[in-house]
Design a protein around this ligand. Structure first.
Ligand code: SAH
Length: 196
């Protein structure tokens, strides 16, 4: 695919943690995402009480929005600061526990039990740990993944898909030679080859 100079670019976990520490988080939006609202019916397709996964979740406010509708939300994020800010800023009490099978990882769960956020790398997860999902909201996630890790990312997400799951994906269309990313440019042809 034609991703130009971005092909070999790597943003390390350390750099992501630093972005959170220095509040360099221009990707975070205080309002719910308009495209999630627009395509909510596609995500739910008439179903209620879904398990919905937010890969690379940050502190996306949409997690509370979907949980308040009666869905169970699971997210994963390397920055513990991001996850704590999510619960504090949404005024949600939560508890923390270690994750059996992932050394050093933590699960932060709302006291009401319907939002579970894993603090670890997404590449540490598997369906035996988090189960499978009926819906996925991928915003600032595939486009934040290093281009060299895209195949691994997509293959993992496919293993987390329940039969008849829906996957909403947000990308940005631009000239990859003019911006180093993230967000990275992920052409539609590549999305087709990654997810089929
Ligand atoms: N989806 C969120 C955050 C987008 S920014 C939103 O739309 O607001 C990408 C996020 O992924 C950052 O918060 C970063 O800390 C996190 N991240 C980067 N690499 C990760 C990895 N390997 N596993 C889990 N989280 C990761």
């Amino acid at each position: 695919s034609d991703i130009g100079a971005q092909k070999n670019r790597v943003v390390t976990e350390e750099e992501w943690l630093q972005k959170w520490e220095t509040h360099n988080i221009g990707f975070h939006k205080e309002q719910g995402h308009p495209l999630l609202q627009k395509y909510l019916d596609v995500l739910l397709s008439g179903r209620s009480g879904l398990r919905i996964f937010f890969p690379l979740c940050g502190k996306a406010v949409d997690m509370k929005w979907l949980a308040d509708m009666g869905h169970h939300v699971v997210g994963v994020e390397v920055s513990e600061q991001a996850l704590k800010e999510f619960f504090v800023e949404r005024s949600l009490p939560y508890s923390e526990e270690p994750v059996p099978g992932i050394p050093g990882a933590k699960k932060l769960q709302s006291t009401s039990g319907n939002i579970s956020l894993y603090c670890c790398s997404i590449y540490d997860l598997s369906s035996s740990i988090v189960g499978k999902f009926d819906g996925f909201w991928d915003r600032g996630a595939l486009v934040a993944v290093n281009p060299c890790d895209r195949q691994r990312y997509a293959s993992l997400l496919i293993t987390l898909m329940e039969e008849n799951s829906s996957y909403l994906l947000v990308t940005a269309s631009y000239d990859p030679n003019k911006h180093k990313g993230p967000p990275f440019y992920v052409p539609e042809s590549e999305i087709k080859s990654l997810f089929g």
